[in-house]
Design a protein. Structure first.
Length: 268
């Protein structure tokens, strides 16, 4: 990741929380601790943030707390071909007339392109997903109530009396921060709370993750593998991860991107 992009992520992160630690910034940028410390020192000298012991803080404290995780704008630049292929396979599971839930995320957003000609009822907590479907499809779109978190482009509510409990879905489609033997993992308690409410409203849970997510971990578990009906991922999935899903009774769908198909054709 280039220095300019790291600086943008760091400045965004310190606007979301009172203090952001070096360790958190290392995870957000996939950079070394030494690199992050140099970045913080440089931004401190530029008077764009304030360096503190073990991390950094904004010069102007945020008005409200954000949620943990990489910003949406960063995530959407990663594994783009794989995400599009995964989303295409996910939409193949849908049938016109069904009701589905699409949780916010950069992989689930790619589903909108393949839902353009469908006729479904779609509930989402994603502002970009709702906006795109309204402008480019004839699907019925419902959104959850709450606060729009700009960095992740999701609508979250801490309250029980939102519209979520009034919606039933055949399937819920969602991404995650990580997936391992313990189950599906997320990085923020508010996300966990909101997503658990959505999961309860669907018969089947379909997880859309690129293969890199099998290596990522978090301290927060959203649900166990037994709650997941299907995982849609890319062709770089390792055998041990496929065996883990098989042992848990999770259906596996492997999506092949155009780039992967071309590569196989050249080496075939």
């Amino acid at each position: 990741m280039h220095e300019k992009e790291r600086h943008r992520i760091i400045l965004s992160a310190v606007q979301e929380k009172p203090v952001v630690t070096v360790a958190e910034l290392v995870a957000l940028t996939d950079s070394s601790e030494a690199t992050i410390r140099r970045d913080i020192a440089a931004l401190h000298l530029q008077k764009r943030l304030r360096r503190v012991r073990g991390g950094a803080e904004a010069l102007t404290p945020p008005q409200f707390m954000g949620i943990a995780g990489r910003p949406y704008s960063v995530n959407e630049t990663l594994h783009q071909a794989e995400k599009r292929a995964i989303a295409k396979e996910a939409v193949e599971l849908c049938r016109d007339g069904e009701s589905i839930i699409i949780n916010g995320g950069t992989t689930t957003f790619q589903m909108v392109h393949f839902l353009a000609n469908r006729r479904m009822t779609i509930f989402t907590n994603s502002f970009p997903i709702a906006d795109h479907l309204l402008r480019h499809s004839k699907n019925t779109v419902m959104v959850s109530g709450g606060v729009i978190y700009r960095e992740q482009n999701v609508i979250l509510s801490p309250f029980e009396n939102d519209v979520t409990r009034n919606f039933y879905a055949k399937r819920m489609f969602m991404g995650a921060q990580g997936l391992g033997p313990q189950g599906l993992m997320e990085g923020d308690p508010l996300l966990i709370q909101a997503e658990q409410k959505l999961i309860d409203q669907a018969d089947e849970l379909v997880v859309l993750i690129d293969s890199s997510k099998f290596r990522q971990r978090s301290s927060l578990i959203l649900c166990g593998l037994s709650r997941i009906a299907t995982v849609v991922t890319d062709a770089r999935l390792e055998d041990r991860d496929a065996k883990m899903l098989e042992a848990a009774g999770v259906k596996l769908v492997v999506a092949t991107s155009a780039a992967t198909q071309d590569q196989k054709a050249r080496h075939g």
